[in-house]
Design a protein around this ligand. Structure first.
Ligand code: FES
Length: 325
């Protein structure tokens, strides 16, 4: 289970783009350095940082450089013409020398030590997997990678990955049948001492989740870029006691806990406000009711434990909750 470290101050600084390079169709890679050459906070594979691309546009990007490197942070950005505008803005405005506000790093996709890994990536989902492969290799673990993309030209880092020989299976093309067959072959039977790490579009992650349903609990680790769909139509108001602040507030049906807490003048960390980044993770001190976990960060085990919740999207279905705020 992920270590619980919530609602702590985190690194925030204006970093400078030291490299801005196109590495595949619609994919740029940035190296970000401290303007004074200071070392950056340490990180581990699976970590991501926030890039504040404009006052109202903050996006999360996985660190994809050499594991633990503190001289610079490396991220890959896919241009998504039908996205919400962040990646488009990044591609249009960032160049070598650009200053960008950065927050983090934080990690909800840690690589748990294991003798063997199955890595699965779709498109830009390869970015968190790259340092994982390096770390797994350095630890002497056995590993394999399935990497799909809409075309060979769009698959960032494919040439580097080919150097790993038959550990790596590249599946370019829009036909989903080859990936589907490869997932059946790789995940159809649970393997002992093996962890599965997957990052990519929702369709791929759902396919991986389905095939891993019979694997031992804790085998599958996913990272989502976008929130799982959720239904707000049956939201109800509920009470939240704030243990450190000593007050109890009502969260209306049309407000999040995050908003209601802020409305009461209490500061709470947040970034994506859609349950994918993990910044707002808050410890549940006491629960007299049922939490409706709606985030895409915690795994099933973590949700069932009700130790923490993402207050930007998760709610209470009934009763009352006490939070460490
Ligand atoms: Fe990103 Fe809540 S602010 S998960």
């Amino acid at each position: 289970m992920a270590q619980i470290q919530t609602q702590q101050q985190e690194f925030e600084a204006d970093l400078v783009v030291d490299r801005c390079e196109s590495v595949a169709e619609d994919v740029i890679v940035l190296d970000l350095v401290h303007p004074d050459g200071q070392p950056l906070p340490a990180w581990a594979p699976g970590a991501h940082i926030d890039l504040v691309l404009a006052p109202e546009i903050t996006r999360q990007y996985s660190l994809c450089g050499t594991p633990g490197a503190t001289t610079h942070y490396t991220v890959g950005i896919l241009r998504e013409p039908n996205g919400r505008g962040g990646s488009q803005l990044a591609h249009e405005t960032i160049e070598k020398g650009t200053s960008i506000r950065v927050r983090g790093p934080r990690n909800h996709f840690q690589l748990v030590p294991a003798p063997r890994y199955v890595f699965i990536a779709g498109g830009i989902g390869i970015t968190p997997i790259l340092p994982m492969i390096a770390e797994a290799g350095a630890a002497g673990a056995d590993w394999s990678l399935l990497y799909g993309g809409r075309s060979e030209a769009s698959m960032a880092f494919a040439d580097d990955l080919r150097a790993h020989g038959d550990r790596v299976t590249l599946l370019p093309g829009t036909d989903i049948a080859p990936m589907s067959q490869a997932l059946d072959a790789r995940l159809g039977t649970p393997l002992a001492d093996t962890l599965v790490y997957a990052c990519g579009p929702e369709g791929l992650l759902a396919a991986v989740e389905g095939r891993c349903a019979s694997w031992p609990s804790g085998s599958l680790h996913l990272e989502r870029f976008s929130p799982k769909p959720s239904d707000d139509s049956e939201n109800v108001a509920f009470e939240v006691a704030l243990a450190r602040s000593g007050i109890t507030i009502t969260v209306p049906a049309d407000r999040s806990i995050f908003d209601a807490v802020q409305d009461n003048g209490i500061s709470v960390l947040g970034s994506c406000h859609e349950g994918v980044c993990g910044t707002c993770e808050t410890v549940i001190v006491d629960l007299d009711g049922e939490v409706d976990h709606r985030d895409s960060v915690l795994n099933d085990e973590e949700k069932a434990s009700n130790e923490t919740m993402m207050v930007c999207v998760s709610r209470c279905r009934s009763g009352r909750i006490t939070l460490d705020l």
